[in-house]
Design a protein around this ligand. Structure first.
Ligand code: PLP
Length: 430
């Protein structure tokens, strides 16, 4: 089959209508599907025939969008979830249970940190957090005999730390476990973690993929490259599942084992399926993902350069700037651009940050990040407020950090807004 370019796949992958069928992906807003006999339906429950029977497990709209994202990441299969949080949880819980251990970088989204360090810990899964910049000795020391997976963010929210994916993939593989990468910020348009050895990728599709702030969602994609049978660490995949008539996922589904288990076991038991209507909206977002990401990155680089040149700004962090500690890693893993998010601090510190943000007119203060409208957030007093000062430091989130999510408006208007807010911030301080 012809391999299309990524921007073609953004528009076309996942749904190919047959003669006379709708050109636009239809919304199958039905929980259930009709069969002629109980025997027909029984085969579906036994996983001996494929077909739809209940939308919590599979739905044509959701599946088409999952297939599109799998194509964008270069994976073999994907499952959509109702949120990015559900995707993070499922990506780990699909191969870990009570008594297991996970190595995660500390530079991750605050909600993921909380999920791991509080909620999953209550389920008996233990986490060791390592600096993404740690040396090999420190990283190797984090592993235990019961370590089952390594987790990191390709470009962390909000610290914008670029993960050395190849280093972490080699490390994980040396210990016989897979690397899961949260690729939300760069999206597959800018970074394709499978090409550097990552095994599983997950996203909060709520961000650039949806792109319009309409729908919370998530996705998990499997590269199909990790050999789950290489050791005895993954009995959930390599031994019979009594809750599914003794199916052994690796034997019956090969490279599809991990995603099949996530669907038929985790989705069956825990739900977290997206509404088909939301998947339809996500698909509309994906159709323009390539164009939007390009413009986000152009605008963000211009904003970062503007801020860097202003002497009221204490520091700017944007991996696309040559001054960034992560510039070289960004050039390696995301050479065409990083993301639209720029973080910075003002010389007036935490109080100055809050005043500055209140003065912005075009950029709105919202919890959200990474949609087409420019928006801004002070993580230390919002998304990360439950973290201690030490935990904030570990995540790379200073108390003065302003997260500025550059949209796709005209860049001159965005910069003018920053300029007037800086002026009024300075006025109020004097
Ligand atoms: N991963 C990253 C990098 C995020 O930024 C977020 C949310 O901000 C999540 C995961 C969680 O996603 P959601 O809000 O869709 O549950």
């Amino acid at each position: 089959m012809k391999q299309y370019h990524l921007n073609t796949n953004c528009v076309q992958a996942g749904y190919t209508p047959k003669n006379g069928e709708p050109r636009v992906l239809p919304i199958t807003q039905s929980t259930t599907y009709k069969y002629d006999s109980s025997e027909d339906m029984g085969k579906l429950f036994d996983l001996t025939a494929s077909g739809y029977f209940y939308t919590r497990l599979q739905n044509p709209t959701n599946d088409a969008v999952a297939a599109k994202i799998a194509a964008l990441e270069g994976g073999v299969a994907a499952v959509l979830t109702s949120s990015g949080q559900a995707a993070s949880f499922f990506s780990i819980f699909n191969i870990c249970s009570a008594g297991d251990h996970v190595v995660s970088t500390s530079a991750i989204y605050g909600g993921t940190f909380n999920l791991f360090s509080v909620t999953m810990k209550k389920l008996g899964i233990d986490f060791t957090f390592v600096s993404p910049d740690a040396d090999d000795a420190e990283l190797n020391a984090a592993f235990k005999p019961n370590t089952k997976v390594v987790f990191g963010e390709s470009l962390s929210n909000p610290a914008l730390i670029v993960l050395d994916i190849e280093k972490f993939a080699k490390l994980a593989h040396a210990h016989g476990v897979p690397l899961v990468v949260d690729n939300t910020f760069p999206t597959p348009v800018n970074c394709r973690p499978f090409e550097f050895g990552a095994d599983i990728v997950m996203h909060s599709t709520t961000k650039y993929m949806d792109g319009h702030a309409t729908s919370v969602g998530g996705v998990i994609v499997d590269s199909g490259n990790f050999d789950w049978t290489q050791n005895d660490k993954f009995p959930g995949l390599t031994t019979p599942d009594d809750s599914y008539h003794g199916v052994t996922y690796t034997e019956s589904f090969g490279k599809g084992a991990y995603i099949t288990k996530a669907v038929v076991q985790l989705m069956r038991d825990l739900g977290s399926v997206p509404a088909p209507q939301n998947s339809f909206l996500l698909n509309l977002g994906l159709e323009t993902l390539f164009l939007r990401v390009e413009r986000h990155c152009q605008n963000a680089l211009a904003v970062a350069k503007f801020l860097e040149a202003d002497d009221r700004v204490a520091w700017v962090n944007y991996p696309g700037l040559k001054s960034s500690k992560y510039y070289d890693l960004a050039q390696k893993y995301m050479p065409n651009g990083t993301c639209g998010v720029v973080s910075f601090g003002l010389k007036t510190g935490r109080d100055g940050a809050v005043k500055f943000m209140d003065s912005l007119k075009l950029a709105a203060i919202v919890t959200h990040v990474a949609d087409c409208r420019t928006c801004v957030l002070h993580p230390a007093s919002t998304t990360h407020r439950q973290l201690s000062s030490e935990e904030l430091d570990a995540c790379g989130v200073g108390e003065d950090l302003i997260r500025f999510s550059v949209g796709i408006e005209h860049v001159d208007d965005i910069i003018a807004d920053l300029e007037q807010a800086l002026d009024s911030n300075q006025n109020r301080d004097s």
